[in-house]
Design a protein around this ligand. Structure first.
Ligand SMILES: NC(=O)c1ccc[n+]([C@@H]2O[C@H](COP(=O)([O-])OP(=O)(O)OC[C@H]3O[C@@H](n4cnc5c(N)ncnc54)[C@H](O)[C@@H]3O)[C@@H](O)[C@H]2O)c1
Length: 238
């Protein structure tokens, strides 16, 4: 339900043209935040491939100019990756790490002065249930998402004294353009995840966005450094 609990907040959301990022931008706005959106494609405020070395610094500057400051980061941009270990070439592995991890690091690093100045900053990173588990074919993706959780914990420790909270949402299987091809090509894969969830359904982008909005709010003011599974209860089941 919309509220004014994020009134006065000035947020950057990446990956905002699609899926979880788009739902997050909408939810933060519905709760009163100003939101500056970024993606490599689509109708957003800042269009760039965020793996370009200076892209995140330019994004931070553009967001601060547009909103007059910056206190909230939600880096949602990411790519899925599935490849068996044999034949898994370096370039593919490094691209997954670059998009899913390095862009998150750079955005946080480049925004630190603004988050410190705000005094009540919020960072919500997007991990995955594969931030805590591995699976066949997921060595690059799972490595990137484990690292996002590790990054989250260390940034939480470093920025806590400046009033910044940092948490990592770990979605389960969510119906977005990222997962649509796999769910459509392999209906059994979709059924597997529907049945694995204790709630017996796939997640929707809003299921994740609503938790992100909570973590950005004052209600979550004493919560930092945590991975938060939002998976419909999938990972508590064998
Ligand atoms: N969908 C799921 O089941 C699921 C589960 C766990 C975690 N996640 C994570 O959630 C996040 C969002 O995923 P989604 O499912 O909404 O996917 P999505 O494909 O719908 O959205 C991802 C967005 O990121 C953007 N993007 C990709 N590479 C980029 C780059 N180099 N520069 C700028 N933008 C870039 C894409 O253009 C796209 O709009 C990702 O980090 C993903 O790993 C998704």
């Amino acid at each position: 339900m919309a509220s004014d609990r994020l009134a006065g907040r000035r947020a950057v959301v990446t990956g905002a043209a699609s899926g979880i990022g788009a739902a997050t931008a909408a939810r933060l706005r519905a709760d009163g935040a100003q939101v500056f959106t970024a993606d490599v494609q689509g109708e957003v405020d800042f269009v760039a491939d965020l793996t370009a070395p200076d892209a995140n610094a330019r994004l931070v500057d553009a967001a601060v100019n547009a909103m007059g400051g910056l206190d909230t980061l939600v880096p949602c941009a990411g790519i899925s990756a599935f490849h068996p270990l044999e034949g898994h070439d370096d370039a593919y592995f490094l691209r997954v790490i670059e998009v899913n991890l390095v862009t998150v690091f750079r955005l946080i690093r480049d925004a630190v002065p603004h988050l410190k100045a705000a005094g009540n900053g919020r960072i919500v990173t997007i991990g995955s249930t594969t931030s805590s588990f591995g699976d066949e074919g997921l060595c690059a993706y799972s490595a990137s998402k484990h690292a996002v959780l590790g990054l989250t914990k260390s940034v939480a420790a470093e920025l806590g004294p400046f009033g910044v909270t940092v948490n990592c949402v770990q979605p389960g299987a969510i119906a977005t353009p990222m997962t649509a091809p796999a769910f459509s090509d392999m209906p059994e894969f979709r059924t597997f995840w529907e049945n694995k969830a204790a709630l017996r359904r796939l997640g929707q982008p809003a299921d994740i966005a609503d938790v992100i909005a909570f973590l950005c709010s004052d209600d979550a003011r004493f919560m930092s450094g945590h991975g938060v599974w939002v998976d419909g209860g999938a990972m508590v089941r064998h």
